[in-house]
Design a binder for this molecule. Structure first.
Ligand code: ADP
Ligand code: MG
Length: 487
């Protein structure tokens, strides 16, 4: 141990998550290559040696996603929505357009009296202004909402509100449409909208027209946002989670009362992983769904269809939804044969199959890595104290013994880290319960003794698993004659 290390507090933890993966030199090298070249990965080995860690770190080494995917309303055939892919620049332009159409923001004081009253800013009794969240007027105490006179909604312009706003998201008095005499002397429509922060947005005729046009042309929903997590976990996913779905609408997508099909489209994990990493732990457990992953990898796009045959979503199809991802699959050695052969050959052909290491040579360099591992685990846990150099030394001794016992490798340290991490936590909890400032050698020794698997504990107490099982019911063993009557 370097003399300057007194406790795990003195150990630097690398920022790069790939550098935190210990004892898997070859796998880390390949993961870096896969990230750089956009290749797929199959990680094979027993649990707890860093497969998930590697896949996660890989996702942080690839370029940031630079496209947003939208589902766009198809006016000719609403059940066949379009896909639109926008890059960052195009997105900025769109937002700019929306910004221009934002209208004017005013305070409730500046709004016409009846607008202030209906939105709950102004008391119709005494005229004083207050927050729309206060029901009772602070001026005279009357219920502001109890006095609202309903205005007729008849307007020479018809009901513009449903064209300008998404009516499913606005409350009853959030938006008020009215008419006033414009600059030209003619009647014009005006819309007042209650917005956050107790303010009101005013949309005048000119802006309303533009918003109307924009909405007609651009009725769409963000399916995959530009800013997203590039790491998608699809372990144990169902078909809909993996491939997406179109939700049911009890009104069958009716243009007025229903929800348009494009709004009901839900992305699957393969789509969310577009320009990122799709990680499937325990890949063989996906069974037949592996076929779809293979197709998605080959085509780099996959349609979204309603999966429930009894639902109104079943008739909706969105073609060409992009899903260009790096695939990372993980699997135990004894389940390798349950991975679909064409999927394996696809990975091997466009990427790498890596067998992870279960031990690493016991060298000074790897002992330092082991220290780093212990420091990392303490850091991640956050609830246990640092370990002294003697505590560290003891954990490394355990790692050496396990390499020999489990993997039959002398002069080595185990890389079955999940188990070691359990030992560190247990020792840490003991240190906490003893109000010790550090994890000491003794805590590790005690933890090792107490953290025995339950089978071992039963054997030690009762002599065998079988005898232990008899202890489940006191009737069978403790009451006289009971044993006989149960046979
Ligand atoms: N190679 C490793 N280097 C550092 N820590 C590891 C390593 N492997 C496992 N761990 C620790 O064990 C935890 C579980 O590891 P994980 O990556 O999920 O294993 P796997 O996917 O192989 O089952 C990790 O979060 C980490 O704390
Ligand atoms: Mg895992």
């Amino acid at each position: 141990m370097p003399p300057n290390i007194k406790t795990t507090k003195d150990i630097k933890i690398p920022k790069d998550p790939l550098e935190r993966v210990i004892g898997q030199k070859r796998a880390v090298k390949i993961a870096k290559l896969a990230a750089k070249q956009g290749r797929h990965l199959l990680l094979v080995g027993p649990p707890g040696i860093g497969k998930s860690m590697l896949a996660q770190a890989l996702a942080l080494h690839i370029p940031k996603p630079d496209h947003q995917v939208n589902v766009v309303h198809n006016p000719q055939n609403p059940e066949r929505p379009f896909i639109e892919i926008l890059n960052e620049k195009q997105l900025k332009n769109e937002n700019l357009k929306k910004e221009i159409l934002r209208g004017k923001i005013i305070s409730p004081k500046e709004a016409p009296t009846f607008v202030g009253e209906r939105m709950g800013f102004r008391c119709a009794q005494c005229g004083s202004l207050s927050s729309d969240r206060m029901r009772a007027c602070p001026g005279c105490g009357t219920n502001k909402y109890g006095q609202i006179r309903r205005h007729s909604k008849n307007s020479p312009f018809g009901d513009i509100i449903t064209e300008v706003f998404d009516i499913s998201t606005i409350g009853p008095e959030d938006v008020i449409q009215t008419t006033r005499v414009g600059k030209s002397g003619r009647d014009e429509a005006v819309i007042y909208e209650r917005i956050k922060g107790g303010r009101i947005r005013v949309l005048e005729q000119e802006v309303i027209e533009k918003v109307r046009k924009l909405n007609k042309n651009l009725r769409k929903k963000v399916l995959i946002p530009l800013k997203r997590n590039p790491f998608i976990l699809a372990t144990g996913a169902s078909e809909t989670e993996l491939l997406g779905d179109v939700r049911h609408d009890p009104y069958g997508g009716h243009p007025e009362i229903g929800t348009q099909p494009y709004k009901r489209v839900v992305a699957g994990a393969i789509h969310e992983a577009h320009e990122g990493v799709l990680f499937v732990d325990e890949l063989p457990h996906l069974e037949y769904l592996q076929n779809f992953i293979l197709t998605a990898m080959q085509e780099k796009k996959f349609p979204i269809v309603g999966k429930n045959p009894g639902s109104t979503g079943a008739s909706v199809v969105v073609k060409n939804v992009p899903c260009d991802f790096i695939f990372a699959g993980a699997c135990n050695i004894n389940e390798l044969n349950k991975i679909l052969p064409p999927l394996r050959s696809r990975i091997a052909g466009g990427g790498y199959e890596v067998l992870l290491d279960t031990t690493m040579p016991d060298t000074p360099e790897n002992r330092d890595k082991m220290q780093q591992f212990i420091a990392q685990e303490i850091y991640i846990d956050g609830k246990i104290p640092h370990a002294t150099s003697e505590g560290i030394e003891e954990i490394i001794t355990v790692a050496g013994k396990r390499a020999l016992k489990i993997d039959n490798t002398p002069q080595a340290l185990t890389t079955r880290f999940r188990d070691l991490s359990g030992l560190i936590r247990f020792a840490g909890d003991l240190a906490v319960s003893e109000q010790s400032e550090f994890i000491e050698k003794l805590h590790v020794k005690k933890a090792l003794y107490q953290a025995k698997p339950i089978e071992v504990q039963i054997k030690e107490r009762y002599g065998s698993m079988w005898k232990g099982a008899g202890k489940d019911s006191f009737l069978e063993t403790d009451e006289e004659g009971a044993e006989g009557s149960y046979r």
